[in-house]
Design a binder for this molecule. Structure first.
Ligand code: TMP
Length: 215
């Protein structure tokens, strides 16, 4: 591995709005790296630790979730991340592993900042507090028109949409724009994949970009 230094691994995060196919691609890319004898850790946000999974339940499935304020939501996502960074991601990256994380701090910038309209200063400050000095090395955005993403989500075989899936189309349009704005501001960190293509095509596009940068 041509790592950032001799021993450090990589944090690669996957972002996109609902229905983009992040989780599928995370699994497939993990297999690709493993096939090249790379040690891979797959995790997700919110969640990824016992504490984080409890916070996930509260954020997405709690019976009292409809009363949650945007500020509380922001702090809960950050709390899950603070735990995940220290318990899982930081140690794995320090051991030279490749960590693939399904969502990370860009989700907060976009969903709570752009989507919920919380001011950018507190969002940036709380994100920074949660991650310390650990930033993603590479972020893959799976980009998809909001209409298609929502359509896919609603067709998933599940009983009830979670709390975050109950927003209107305008919210998801803002989310998509938010991601594209981030990628424009920091082109070095981001890879944009076309999520409207087939699963196989998206996988190939992401893998070609990642293998150039990582292996
Ligand atoms: P997912 O795991 O199915 O992608 O669902 C996570 C949901 O939580 C999704 O709607 C995005 C949202 N989310 C935020 O709003 N802010 C965050 O910081 C994170 C990590 C997720």
């Amino acid at each position: 591995m041509s790592a950032n230094d001799d021993t450090r691994g990589y944090l690669i995060t996957f972002e996109g709005s609902e229905g983009a196919g992040k989780s599928t691609q995370v699994e497939r890319i993990a297999k690709r790296f493993e096939a090249h004898n790379q040690a891979v850790v797959v995790t997700r946000e919110p969640g990824g630790t016992p504490i984080g999974e409890e916070i996930r339940r509260l954020l997405m499935h709690s019976a009292c979730g409809s009363a949650m304020t945007p500020e509380t939501e922001l702090l809960l996502f950050a709390a899950s991340r603070a735990q995940l960074v220290r318990e899982v991601i930081r140690p794995a990256v320090d051991e030279g592993k490749i960590v693939l994380c399904d969502r990370f701090l860009d989700s907060t910038t976009v969903y709570q900042g752009v989507g919920r309209r919380i001011a950018s200063e507190p969002v940036a400050m709380i994100n920074k507090f949660a991650v310390g000095d650990l930033m993603p090395d590479i972020t893959v955005i799976i980009d998809l028109p909001a209409e298609i993403g929502l359509e896919r989500t609603r067709h998933r075989a599940r009983e009830m949409p979670d709390r975050m899936e109950q927003e209107n189309i305008e919210f998801y349009r803002k989310v998509r724009e938010g991601y594209l704005m981030l990628a424009k501001a920091l082109p070095g960190r981001f890879i944009i994949a076309d999520g409207s293509k087939s699963i196989d095509e998206v996988e190939v596009q992401i893998w070609e970009e990642l293998r150039k940068r990582v292996i």
